[in-house]
Ligand binder design. Structure first.
Ligand code: ADP
Length: 444
């Protein structure tokens, strides 16, 4: 069975609501009493803690946005003194100071609990060997997965991201059963296995737990085929705790990821108006942390675009979220049409001649924005063509595939894009971490 904490994962919705409300009241009180930022924010709205009794009262509070975390740098949002904090992490923050997050020992344990639940849902079992190729350090991925895997009773190989040769050597020598990394790095590993013609019987991987960046079914298919695994999605962000906020079950692939909602209360709101949206509608994901001690957050605006919904036929009672379409600030607006790169990735899934390696290049041609999709041919097809000394760019099958790609992009996304075939290996690969799939060459 894939439960780590069956009682918590399957509690009835009425129990869950009761627990959420009790925990919410505690956190609102704590923040009002200990964190000037939240006291002032509530006072400005004419609110006292007694006004927020249930999750249905949350709408009365404004959102907490990334800027607030920057302004309170480094420890201004902590409910306790720095000396009571057991661990600090930072998220990258593209410019200036990073976002700082703090964990008490109980928070470290909570982090391990939600990751242990996530790994169980991903298919991992006590005693399995987990190769942890998420970056260790200030990024929450490495240590987050590490503690959760240990809590579940797994053997952890803390190899961190990058160093592909060594990853593959230890993967074979130690017979790793689980790989944790970004989906783009899983593709890099799969590609290297193929290039080096490593005997697949020497690879013992069964599961891949992939996250930290958006990905779609085309990447899943390539990773599952290339590594011989069942691949599931893990989602999270430092501000809320790190990876393990939500996780897909290995037997319910494609139906969304469970949000551990006894600890993280989700809302999806309209990205422009902030109005709460009904289940199933796509908007910005917002979280209220219900159990964290050092740095609880109320209505934290993640900027991630998705939808949430209950899945009545699922193993667990907790709500699910759809794969992240992208971050609101990474959304391109091309000739008035909103575009996430995952939409192009989703089209690639239907064209087997093309690989999951692609990049979007955005330019401005003097009058309007243009998008070019650079994509590579599927590796085995390319190899077959090379063996026959066929000029790949002349190949009829690929010409048809590219025409299909252009048409399907136009039909599905409503935008005309140029599409060009790149030499295998020409498109940037992940060297261990997150991969940027967009080259925006417009002048801003
Ligand atoms: P940084 O901000 O340094 O990248 P974080 O680990 O806090 O560090 O990044 C969290 C963000 O990564 C999320 O808000 C989301 O945009 C992205 N992310 C994490 N996991 C996933 C996932 N499974 N699918 C899509 N995006 C993800």
């Amino acid at each position: 069975m894939s439960f780590f904490n069956r009682e918590a994962e399957t509690m009835s919705l009425s129990q869950l609501r009761r627990l959420q409300n009790e925990r919410l009241q505690d956190k609102v009180n704590l923040l009002y009493n200990r964190v000037a930022f939240y006291r002032e924010l509530m006072t400005a709205q004419g609110l006292v803690p007694g006004d927020i009794r249930t999750t249905e009262d949350l709408y009365k509070l404004p959102f907490t946005k990334k800027d607030a975390l920057r302004q309170q740098y480094p420890f201004g949002l902590f409910t306790c003194s720095r000396s009571e904090v057991a661990r600090l992490h930072c998220s990258s923050g593209t410019t200036g100071k990073p976002i700082v997050v703090g964990y008490t020992l109980n928070d470290v344990d909570l982090f391990a609990e939600v990751v242990a639940r996530s790994l169980s849902a991903a298919g991992c079992r006590p005693g399995m060997l987990l190769q942890n190729a998420y970056g260790y350090g200030l990024f929450t991925g490495g240590l987050g997965l590490h503690y959760g895997a240990e809590k579940l009773g797994m053997t952890v190989l803390p190899i961190s991201g990058g160093g592909t040769e060594k990853q593959l050597m230890l993967m074979q020598d130690f017979q790793s059963e689980v790989i944790c990394c970004t989906p783009s790095y899983a593709l890099t590993l799969a590609e290297e296995i193929r290039k080096k013609a490593i005997d697949r019987s020497r690879i013992n991987l069964k599961y891949a737990v992939l996250g930290a960046e958006p990905w779609t079914e085309s990447i899943r298919a390539a990773v599952e085929e290339g590594l011989g695994v069942t691949a599931t999605n893990i989602y999270g962000l430092s501000e809320i705790i790190g990876p393990g906020v939500s996780q897909e079950d290995y037997e319910e692939k494609g139906s969304g990821s469970y949000i551990w909602e006894d600890h993280f209360y989700p809302e999806v709101v309209d990205k422009d108006t902030g109005e709460p949206l009904p289940y199933g509608e796509q908007g910005v994901l917002v979280f209220t942390t219900l159990s964290k001690e050092a740095m609880p957050l109320l209505r934290y605006w993640t900027n991630d675009i998705t939808s949430i919904y209950y899945d009545k036929s699922a193993k667990r009672t907790h709500i699910k979220m759809a794969p992240i379409a992208g971050r609101a600030d990474d959304m391109l607006i091309i000739r008035g049409v909103n575009l996430f790169h995952t939409q192009v990735e989703a089209v690639l899934e239907h064209i087997p001649e093309l690989s999951a390696n692609y990049q979007l290049v955005v330019t401005h041609n003097g009058t309007m924005d243009e998008v070019e999709v650079k994509v590579e041919a599927e590796a085995s097809l390319f190899e077959a063509l090379s063996r026959e000394h066929t000029e790949v760019l002349e190949c009829e099958r690929l010409r048809t595939a590219m025409a299909h790609l252009r048409k399907k992009i136009k039909d599905d996304i409503g935008l005309s894009m140029n599409a060009s075939l790149s030499e295998p290996g020409a498109i940037p690969r992940s060297e261990g971490g997150k991969l940027n799939r967009i080259a925006d060459l417009r002048k801003h």
